[in-house]
Design a protein around this ligand. Structure first.
Ligand SMILES: [Zn+2]
Length: 271
């Protein structure tokens, strides 16, 4: 039975042939790189395991007729693989004077994209990740987002931080075809978070800056992720961002159900 507090969702995983093909390729091909003494599977540079979710507000008690009739949002859980955000200035240093990023694939959130450009990330003792995707558009600061496994292979002690909170974080060297940039800070493990429209936030009974739980049900591999930061505004679509380690921990590929929960109202099975 469902509680009135949980948005129960049923995943209908769309196994896009394209994604599957890429998946097979990345597991078997030159994408597998040996870095230092450890072998690192260089997963699709911007790997987005997009799950189409049929979300139903079972048992929710809407407080207005408009809520009652509004269509529920679709929850998407995406794995955000290691990537880099750059300033305009750094794009020019790495790729040449006057260069701007070339959008390759649009991301789920409106206006954001994976660029065609990649950079090499070099850590201490010359450990490196050869081709890390850049996400656009450019920002006012450069930032490198890694999973813990990536950070270990680079030899960088990256702290868990929310995007933009980079004071006191370690740096690295970025190398592009036209030059190199030494970042004195900006290497982080991006903290898990959920983007949503303020309408979704209202429905969940949360506000921007709150935290929620994400439950992923997966055969022999279910995980309850706590501490998802709610990032609500009037533009975002409902989407959870976790990193590759987190996606692997719950075997997201095989997940049968995902659920967003308010931490103060756990699901009924725990009451
Ligand atoms: Zn995000």
């Amino acid at each position: 039975m469902l509680t009135s507090d949980a948005l129960r969702v049923t995943i209908e995983i769309e196994r896009f042939p394209e994604l599957k093909r890429q998946h097979l390729e990345k597991e078997s091909s030159a994408m597998i790189q040996a870095v230092s003494e450890s072998t690192v599977v260089d997963r699709k540079l911007v790997e987005r395991v997009v799950r189409r979710v049929v979300l139903s507000h079972l048992g929710m008690a809407p407080s207005s007729s408009s809520e009652r009739t509004s269509r529920p949002s679709e929850l998407v859980v995406s794995i955000s693989a290691r990537h880099v955000h750059l300033t305009d200035e750094h794009v020019e240093i790495l790729f040449g004077k006057g260069h701007t990023l070339t959008p390759d694939k649009p991301l789920y959130q409106e206006g954001f994209y994976a660029a065609k450009e990649t950079v090499m990330i070099v850590g201490p003792r010359r450990r490196m990740l050869p081709t890390v995707r850049i996400l656009g558009p450019t920002r006012s600061y450069s930032q490198v987002e890694l999973a813990l496994t990536d950070a270990i292979s680079l030899g960088i002690d990256a702290p868990v931080r929310h995007s933009g909170d980079i004071d006191g974080t370690p740096g690295c060297v970025l190398v592009g075809p036209a030059g190199a940039v030494e970042l004195d800070r900006g290497v982080i493990r991006a903290a898990r978070h959920v983007h949503m429209h303020v309408r979704d936030a209202e429905r969940f009974g949360v506000q921007n800056g709150d935290t929620m739980h994400l439950r992923v049900r997966s055969p022999l591999c279910s995980v309850l992720f706590e501490d998802l930061l709610v990032r609500a505004d009037d533009q975002s679509k409902l989407e959870v961002h976790i990193d590759t380690d987190e996606g692997n921990a719950c075997n997201l590929d095989a997940a049968t159900e995902v659920e967003l929960l308010r931490p103060d109202r756990p699901c009924r099975c725990q009451q």
